[in-house]
Design a protein around this ligand. Sequence first.
Ligand SMILES: [Zn+2]
Length: 293
Amino acid sequence: MRKGSKITKGQRISLSNKKRWLDPVFRKKFFKSVRNAHSNPITKKRHRDAALKQWSNTKHRELIKKIFSNPKYKKIKGEISRKMWSNSQFRKRHRIAMTKAQANPKYKKKISKIMRKRSKDPKWRKRHSEAMRKAFASPEARKRRGRAIHNAMNNLEYKKRHNAALREVFKKPVVKKRRSEASKKNWEKPDYKEKHRIALSGENNPSWLGGISFEPYSANWTRALKKSIRERDHYTCQMCGKKTEKQTTCVHHIDYNKKNCKPDNLITLCPSCHVKTNSNRKEWIKYFKTGND
Ligand SMILES: [Zn+2]
């Protein structure tokens, strides 16, 4: 805004202004002039001071909020943003600028300060998690994201940096506490235990040695055997009668001897019933040997 020119609020958000912002030539010219002005430290400081002064004015903040929450404005903004991001040159320019900015410790510190402040605000957290849920609601979006993470992790440099950063984060007492509480909560869910066991069993385990370490399970304990037992039991929990999902069905050793893989010692259970068999073992042995089969 030029000094001396008194514009009323109404005029400021006038239609002509909105139209001007839709014009790419105007936007380009405007940002160029801003860049030019900011290359002068004195002008930059003047702009900054003026902006801070303006921002400390509650009325001004309210006005901006009103504009931003206007559906029409949101729509226009969304259209501009979509157009921008569909331009590969813009994306490239943005990526280069971000990499450059991230390399600047001052900028990094500033951003992380903002993020820390935001993440403590319950309102922002709620809004953010809702937006994330919305963004990843479609299977395509989830697939895209998974692929992006996969690609990023294929980059050894990135992986190293990422893991080092995570290690630092996990060292913090607050994070440690939060993580252990979350983990405790998870382990209270019967399904989680079973899913975890499956995720870390056999070939899925990072320390998988190719089948030589079946102890204490018998070497006969194979996928094929488990499948045959599940099929025999019609993928139905033999305790509660519930149909079980193929991935989470458990094949239980009735006598708890994991080397005894005879079909009559094996039985199909759903995750929550399988958890119950962890205690009162004698009772369960009796139950399955007499009551069932
Ligand atoms: Zn069951």
